[in-house]
Ligand binder design. Structure first.
Ligand SMILES: NC(=O)c1ccc[n+]([C@@H]2O[C@H](COP(=O)([O-])OP(=O)(O)OC[C@H]3O[C@@H](n4cnc5c(N)ncnc54)[C@H](O)[C@@H]3O)[C@@H](O)[C@H]2O)c1
Length: 273
């Protein structure tokens, strides 16, 4: 079985390596020469030249999708999906491949790609990544993940690949939209938790109270877990994914407020430096 990983960054590279370790034939594709170089060093057949990638039975999409003017921008995902369709056409195969989108997206995108780009001639699942570079052993590729699919046949294919072959524990949901929503909800929830810690720290500063002592005291209660308030909300993912969340409806008032808290906190930190 050929498996092609598209996007060999923080998430795609360890995924490709993990699949290689499971003795599958892995090809990697990225537009960035450095990313390709890193993959090659790990023994992955990687390239920036899409023509060199053979038809694969499984395509795993791990490209970075970001924001444009604060709105979700999935152009990179569209681009690689079109490339897969091209490859299928070139090889004139009628074989239906499995497409797994691991990048974070918003509800509705997978079904749109399935209908408009793939014209339903693929199996399509969404298995959003929960990768955390701080602890890649416990929170890396092989950790419990949510899986959703566009139909039952896709779910069976996705399950067989992730659960049976890769041994990744899965939580199945009834629709691909729930899987899409699950990831950005996890992220928005985490964003709010951190923003609360930051707000509490600002209140403590105003009151002349020690935030760390207060936090530890509160956390002795069984259902309280206030995180630390460090230099802000780190990484690029939490702020981006929370924007995905607020882009969905006008109802995300709590997440919107958390963003305002975070802005105020950043200003305070800048002043203290
Ligand atoms: N980094 C994390 O901890 C983490 C955790 C969970 C989920 N995710 C999600 O996984 C996805 C990838 O994140 P990442 O952190 O690996 O990003 P990254 O920036 O480290 O890597 C993305 C890679 O995709 C490549 N790429 C971009 N556009 C491309 C295109 N059109 N064709 C081919 N390659 C392209 C880039 O060159 C880059 O090497 C994102 O949706 C992110 O939100 C990231």
């Amino acid at each position: 079985m050929n498996v092609c990983v598209l996007g060999l960054g923080e998430v795609g590279l360890p995924s490709a390596r993990y699949i290689l370790e499971k003795n599958m034939k892995v090809f990697g594709y990225d537009i960035n020469e450095d990313a390709v170089g890193r993959a090659k060093k790990l023994g992955i057949e990687a390239t920036t030249d899409w023509r060199k990638i053979p038809f694969s039975q499984v395509y795993i999409i791990c490209v970075y999708a970001g924001l444009k003017n604060d709105s979700p921008d999935f152009s990179s995902i569209y681009e690689v999906c079109r490339k897969i369709v091209e490859k299928k056409r070139e090889t004139s195969t009628s074989e239906k491949c499995l497409i797994s989108i691991e990048s974070k997206i918003i509800p509705g995108l997978c079904r749109k790609l399935y209908e408009e780009i793939f014209k339903r001639h693929v199996y399509l699942v969404h298995v959003p990544h929960r990768f955390w570079g701080g602890d890649p052993v416990r929170h890396g590729v092989r950790q419990s993940r949510v899986i959703g699919a566009v139909d039952d046949a896709s779910l069976r294919k996705g399950w067989a690949f992730y659960n049976d072959l890769l041994r990744i524990p899965l939580h199945k949901v009834s629709s691909i939209e729930v899987a899409e929503m699950s990831k950005i909800s996890e992220q928005a929830f985490r964003y709010i938790q951190i923003a609360f810690a930051e707000e509490l720290k600002m209140v403590c500063n105003e009151l002349g109270m020690n935030f760390d002592e207060l936090r530890i005291a509160c956390n002795t209660k069984w259902n309280i877990e206030i995180p630390e308030a460090r230099d802000g909300i780190g990484g690029h993912c939490l702020p981006k994914d929370s924007r995905y969340f607020t882009s969905l409806t006008g109802l995300a008032r709590l997440v919107q407020s958390a963003m305002q808290v975070y802005d105020a906190y950043k200003k305070m930190i800048r002043k203290l430096k």
